[in-house]
Design a protein around this ligand. Structure first.
Ligand code: TZP
Ligand code: MG
Length: 209
């Protein structure tokens, strides 16, 4: 069983004007103690993605000996391996978990997004290392989001799996503790980290203790 960080920060390339902006954002999060970050780029230009991912990898390995920072690639197993990331996160329309596993090998982390109990039960039977459930609350960070599952969806998910469970979608500093109380091990966040990543991450850590 893996020890799962309470805060799972998502670096969404569309929220940043440049690669430098994305890297500065990641740097602030790492400086605040974030040890699990996902790179998400729905633009889908593979070359840009690999370039940004490679720079994130370099950044995460630079500097003071902070605890190991895990970088997770959204959607793309090939780019995970190419950029020497630590794992991949896939949804219901991406490669299947077992296909991803063949590409990334036994040691990297594999996460799977689920939006209802059926998907969660199915994902629980795979070699996924953690499962995500959501959107827990309304979100504007995802195109065509599935229906909101609420805290009740988190509670139900908790009953269906022993894998680490990540709550995602509309999670902010005000409601994060409620997602953990409902049974999540971790919260994945895009928008509530954007404006002031350092302050925001520190506040997440404070409320998630
Ligand atoms: N999957 C379900 S909701 C979501 C994703 C990628 C977006 C989460 O972003 P935010 O801004 O934290 O609601
Ligand atoms: Mg996906």
């Amino acid at each position: 069983m893996i020890l799962f960080p309470r805060l799972y920060a998502i670096l969404d390339s569309s929220a940043h004007e440049s690669t430098q902006g994305l890297l500065a954002f990641a740097d602030a999060l790492i400086a605040s103690g974030c040890t699990l970050l996902q790179y998400r780029n729905k633009g889908g230009n593979a070359r840009v993605m690999l370039e940004q991912a490679t720079q994130l990898r370099r950044l995460s390995r630079a500097g003071v000996p902070t605890p190991h920072v895990r970088l997770i690639m959204n959607d793309r197993a090939d780019l995970c391996v190419a950029a020497e990331f630590d794992g991949v996160h896939v949804g219901q329309d991406d490669l299947s978990p077992e296909s991803v596993r063949k590409i990334i090998g036994p040691d990297r982390w594999l996460g799977v997004s689920t939006h209802n109990p059926e998907q969660l039960r199915e994902a629980d039977l795979t070699s996924a290392d953690y499962l995500a459930v959501g959107p827990v609350f309304a979100t504007s960070s995802k195109n065509n989001p599935d229906p909101v599952v609420g805290l009740e969806g988190v509670r139900r998910a908790r009953q269906l799996t022993r894998k680490p469970l990540v709550a995602i979608g509309g999670i902010n500093r005000a409601n994060a503790a409620s997602a953990i109380e409902a049974g999540a091990d971790s919260v994945a966040v895009i928008s509530d980290l954007i404006r002031d990543p350092r302050k925001s991450a520190e506040e997440f850590f404070r409320v998630l203790r």
